[in-house]
Design a protein around this ligand. Structure first.
Ligand code: GDP
Ligand code: MN
Length: 348
């Protein structure tokens, strides 16, 4: 057993005094947030929640990234709230602009068409830059290069339960590379040719596809079509070294060349999820049942009354999305032959 065991349940030594935190191993990890200056008060709320429920006892760093320089208010407010060190990065233009192989007239026509069809963010240029940046560039910004693990936080999120152990350490000690709390179905209108692009990549790079992967989470017909299941990437705890690996970079470059970030409206959630499901082994993915989370409009409230009480949760279990029809979490459990948390049937 580790010298400083993680207290995962109230029966484990150290649960109440949170032993092992001060003297236990610390990971080389950071929170990371992409935000505009105008997001300051909404990110302030998110930081307060993350600090109260977890980071005030750990003091992990926080990296903020922006395509515009952060202003003094943003820096002052966020630095005062974060218990660890804060760092502010300006995104280089080549990570937030149209690559030279993109036909910008064609992209403009697509935006006009998607606007007519009222597809969410369909007419937005900045949203597309954001999705491409989160898909291919956040993990290789200069400020991120010194870290091994990240936890992504967006403005206006909530954490409803205490986090008693270090999720970064959990990832490290259990050889996990990617994790999620909410999963759901993507709007097909935003990704009509994404799966064709993925299939092309799989054909060109069979060496990058993992044996024992989670293809069954993505496809119900052995890989012929995409079933739209993805992990919701506004929450992620993951390995930066995996995102910086040849396999992930080859995958991102291949998709980026195909142009769907601009000719369609590919989101970073399906892009990350497909990569994780195809290029990682099943066991390298993790569902954090005990991290309770809200991002409009969905809630992950931990299944199991005992867990919720032990973690001092304040979410309404009736709002838990996990076992509802539009969620893919049930499929994730089935594909992995995992036992669903006790009480899931009553809470579905
Ligand atoms: P949604 O969750 O898909 O509705 O998208 P959000 O509006 O929450 O954007 C996702 C993340 O990207 C959030 O952390 C935003 O603060 C950030 N973001 C979105 N657009 C921009 C932008 O134009 N510039 C910057 N710097 N951040 C952005
Ligand atoms: Mn958001």
């Amino acid at each position: 057993p580790a010298k400083f065991p993680m207290a995962m349940t109230p029966n484990d030594p150290g649960w109440n005094d949170l032993a092992g935190i001060k003297d236990g191993p610390r990971m080389n990890a950071t929170f990371v947030t992409l935000a505009r200056n105008s997001d300051v008060w909404e990110i302030a709320k998110s930081i307060r929640q993350v600090e109260d429920r977890f980071n005030r006892r750990y003091g992990y760093d926080w990296v903020f990234l922006n395509d515009q320089p952060f202003d003094d208010t943003f820096k002052k407010v966020t630095t005062s709230l974060v218990s660890g060190k804060t760092h502010y990065g300006l995104i280089p233009e080549e990570h937030w602009s149209f690559p030279e192989w993109i036909d910008t007239d064609k992209a403009a026509k697509v935006r006009e068409d998607m606007k007519q069809r009222q597809i969410i963010y369909g007419d937005s240029i900045s949203y597309r830059h954001m999705c491409r940046f989160e898909s291919g560039f956040f993990f290789r910004q200069a400020l991120m290069m010194n870290y091994d693990y990240y936890w992504r936080v967006e403005p206006s999120i909530e954490l409803y339960c205490d986090v008693h152990y270090d999720p970064f350490r959990y990832m490290h000690e259990n050889n996990k590379k990617y994790s999620f709390v909410l999963s759901l179905l993507e709007y097909m209108e935003t990704i009509p040719t994404l799966w064709d692009s993925v299939k092309k990549f799989m054909k060109n790079h069979p060496e990058h596809i993992a044996a024992g992967n989670s293809l069954g989470f993505l496809s119900d017909d052995g890989g012929e079509t995409y079933n739209r299941c993805h992990f919701w990437s506004n929450f992620e705890v993951g390995s930066l070294n995996w995102l910086r690996s040849d396999q992930y970079i080859d995958y991102f470059n291949s998709l980026d060349q195909d142009g769907g970030f601009f000719y369609e409206r590919w989101g970073d959630a399906p892009v990350h999820s497909i990569a994780a499901a195809l290029m990682l082994k099943k066991e390298e993915l993790h569902f954090f049942n005990d991290i309770a989370y809200y991002h409009v409009p969905f809630t992950h409230c931990p299944t199991g009354e005992k867990t919720r009480e032990a973690l001092k949760c304040h979410c309404n279990p009736k709002e838990n999305f996990d076992w509802k029809g539009y969620s893919c979490t049930s499929k994730f459990f089935d594909v992995n032959n995992m036992e669903k948390p006790k009480g899931w049937e009553e809470e579905s």
